[in-house]
Design a binder for this molecule. Structure first.
Ligand code: F3S
Length: 754
């Protein structure tokens, strides 16, 4: 599917030299993570090693992947860069917008109607700019990437947190915001704080009911949802080598649930087998030639405590199957203790639904092992007590498991197949009766289980387990059922036991697919027209932001002085607003509606200085904009923390806010503001925050001399006519000042392209 073997060969050709240079620089044996990161530096090798957990480093990733929800604004922005093609191989995957309701075919047909304008846009914009487009029904981004694009030793960014799944094929693959994808596609480097390293040594071998999923469920229990923050997790040891490539993918996928930057495994025979089975024997052959550079130096794994910041050891021989939940993926309970835990905590024991598949657990191995349990239901005369749903990760997997009779097996136990899409994993599950909000339990093999994540019901207790365990629990209909020790009563009243799951790492007859759902881009897209209906409520072409006029901004009014926490969600709320994420003007109606106004402690209620009346923040800002009056937003500490959502910077820019002046910024948001051509400033003296009054007007005194390292003077005029000058610090470098002057980073790229 047009994976780029030439690009991969180039990466491998340069790898030995880069690794050697890095070894000299670091003067020690190298972890795999260090090899991959240093091999992808955008700049020349530094004079001294980067400091883990501290240095900000620019990288050149090899690939970009985008899902349909986040791709909309990313590609609308990319269009502003004036490029003929994306600078690196990139793909878009239509997977997030398909609702799971009555079954694959009908649900897909419905999605194609309801999301037509979005799909038409994504298909045409991809076609134009050399980007591969995976149509609705083709599969879930991370499964499709693993099957087609991931390669050992590569570096990829993707606009989805579970991009990390590609670590299963030995990549450093990282989930990012749309703005980062735009940078890389536009040919700019991508910045990351050099991560700390966690080593996970796997000894022994999985056996019986235990699956790769249980490794990550155990790790999540040990590290908690925050334990991986700022770290890359590197798995190794004999246990790692005994896992399938797709099993490794599952483990890396859920690395997102411990907050890890990403996770990865060294190249081994399982990866070669997977590459060969998925039509990429040439990638395997190329990887084999440089294989010593696609894993850590042997001394690292021999004495890991010397080379990792943190080390965990797990013995697979004794690892028990786990269920994690409810409401958080790090609450890990071994299956043998589940009944007791559930009874103690009042978790409903009756399992209503079991769901398998998703981007996390859709491999042939997963499905065949789950099917080996489902098959026993018929053979042993057991009727499944719970409902059972299957969400295949890709059309290739779906087609192959159907060909091999596995879907029939699931159907016999009452299973229902949903479209190859995110569906129930992202709350796109129109579950019958969910609106009644009854307390109930479901088990699934997905990754996240926060309240409302699957069906929108806050009282659904969701537990995460391996596909084979989920299947067993759906048959038993009992959360406390331990298939290792317990029996079930069948239709004849006999006590029967489920045998251990069995399966195939890869399909014995090979993968097959009739139509994978891939649209290759036009070789020359210059004549391709990007389809956006001007009447659309969901999509709007962007117009370039106006360049700075070179003058001091004067007469700027205070829009809001935000009090306390102001995250990207307070600045650009999610939920129902997400449907407008491709329409900047419409989504701007959520601008800052979650921020608390310092002066009245209310949200979305600020004073319009022109009328003296109080109104909603977006409407008030639109009133200033209509009069051509600039505005300023003032904020507290860590302003813009949370996600990397670029809308939080684009909306104020679009609405006419000129500067954001705060006690401190969350770094990503500060960078996003800079990219959009905004002024992101901090109080030189934090106490000056207290000087800002509701009716203040601001005059910049020396913006016309804006320069790196030189603070700005800001005159604050109070309602009584009194004035004071406060000092605003900034962290703009030369390049970022050029972005400001051009109106945005993309404007500058466009100018430079000319
Ligand atoms: Fe989709 Fe769920 Fe994965 S939303 S990308 S299937 S985490």
């Amino acid at each position: 599917m047009a994976f780029d073997i030439e690009m991969i060969k180039k990466v491998y050709a340069e790898l030995p030299g880069k690794v050697e240079k890095t070894r000299q620089l670091l003067d020690k044996p190298l972890t795999l993570t260090e090899k991959i990161l240093y091999a992808h530096l955008a700049d020349e090798q530094p004079a001294a090693p980067y400091e883990r957990g501290n240095s900000y480093v620019n990288f050149n990733p090899d690939r970009v992947a985008m899902q349909d929800a986040t791709a909309q604004m990313a590609l609308l922005q990319f269009m502003q860069a004036g490029k003929a093609k994306a600078a690196v191989p990139s793909t878009v995957h239509a997977d997030h917008l398909i609702q799971a309701k009555v079954g694959a075919d009908k649900d897909l047909a419905t999605a194609e109607i309801t999301n037509k304008e979005v799909y038409d846009f994504l298909s045409s914009v991809s076609n134009k700019y050399g980007i591969g487009f995976w149509k609705p029904g083709a599969g879930i981004i991370h499964q499709v990437v693993l099957e087609n694009y991931a390669f050992p030793g590569g570096m990829m960014i993707g606009t989805d947190s579970h991009t990390v799944n590609a670590g299963g094929l030995g990549m450093v693959a990282i989930g990012v915001g749309g703005a980062d994808a735009v940078d890389v596609m536009a040919g700019m480097p991508w910045e990351l704080k050099f991560p700390k390293l966690i080593g996970v040594k796997l000894t022994g071998k999985l056996n019986g009911w235990t699956a790769p999923k249980d490794i990550i469920l155990k790790v999540a229990g040990l590290l908690t949802v925050k334990g991986g923050t700022g770290c890359i997790v590197e798995y190794f040891g004999e246990g790692a080598e005994s896992l399938s490539c797709t099993g490794k993918g599952t483990i890396c996928n859920m690395g997102a649930e411990i907050g890890a930057t990403t996770s990865t495994f060294g190249y081994d025979a399982s990866m070669a087998r997977y590459l060969e089975a998925t039509g990429r024997a040439d990638v395997a052959a190329a990887a084999n030639e440089v294989k010593e550079h696609l894993t850590a130096d042997s001394e690292v794994y021999a004495n890991p405590e010397q080379y990792f910041d943190q080390l965990i050891e797990i013995d697979l021989n004794t690892l028990e199957p786990h269920l994690n939940g409810p409401f958080t993926p790090d609450k890990a309970t071994p299956i043998s203790q589940m009944r007791e835990e559930a009874e103690k905590n009042g978790w409903p024991l009756k399992v209503e639904v079991g769901l398998i598949g998703s981007c996390t657990n859709s491999s042939y191995e997963d499905i065949s092992r789950a099917a080996s349990i489902a098959k026993q239901a018929a053979e042993k005369n057991l009727k499944a007590a719970g409902e059972f749903k299957i969400t295949p990760g890709s059309e290739q997997v779906r087609y192959t498991i159907e060909r091999d009779g596995l879907i029939d097996t699931f159907n016999q136990m009452g299973g229902e197949v949903y479209a190859n899409a995110c569906g129930p994993c992202i709350g796109m599950w129109a579950r019958t009766g969910a609106e009644k909000q009854e307390k109930n339990t479901i088990v699934h093999s997905f990754n996240r289980n926060f309240a409302k994540r699957a069906d929108g019901n806050p009282n659904t207790f969701a537990f995460v387990g391996s596909p084979e365990l989920v299947t067993a629990l759906a048959i038993a209909g009992d959360l406390g059922f331990n298939p290792i020790t317990d029996t079930l009563k069948n239709a004849n009243g006999e006590e029967v036991k489920l045998d251990e799951p069995t399966g195939h790492e890869l399909p014995p007859k090979g993968f097959d697919v009739e139509d994978a759902g891939y649209q290759a881009p036009a070789a020359d897209g210059s004549d391709v027209e990007v389809v956006v209906d001007p009447e659309s409520e969901r999509l709007q072409l962007l117009t370039p932001f106006t360049p700075w006029d070179g003058k001091n901004i004067t007469g700027a009014r205070l829009l809001i002085k935000a009090k306390g926490k102001c995250t990207t969600d307070h600045i650009s709320m999610a939920g129902p607003w997400l449907k407008f994420r491709g329409h900047l003007d419409n989504i701007s109606n959520n601008m800052l509606i979650g921020a608390v106004n310092f002066f009245n402690e209310e949200t979305n209620m600020v004073k319009n200085q022109l009328t003296g009346e109080y109104g909603e923040v977006p409407a008030t800002q639109r009133a200033y904009k209509a009069e051509g009056i600039p505005t300023i937003v003032v904020g507290d500490h860590n302003y813009g923390e949370g996600s990397s959502r670029e809308h939080a910077a684009m909306e104020p820019r679009h609405m006419g806010v000129r500067a954001v002046l705060v006690k401190s910024f969350a770094r990503i948001h500060e960078t996003n503001l800079k990219k959009q051509g905004m002024l992101g400033l901090t109080f030189a003296n934090e106490a000056d925050y207290d000087k800002i009054m509701e009716d203040d007007t601001f005059n910049f005194l020396d913006l016309d001399a804006f320069a790196p390292g030189k603070p700005l003077q800001l005159e604050v005029v109070h309602a009584d006519g009194s004035k004071e000058v406060i000092v605003a610090n900034h962290s703009y470098n030369k390049q970022q000042i050029a972005w400001f002057k051009a109106g945005s980073a993309l404007n500058l790229i466009k100018e430079q392209n000319k």
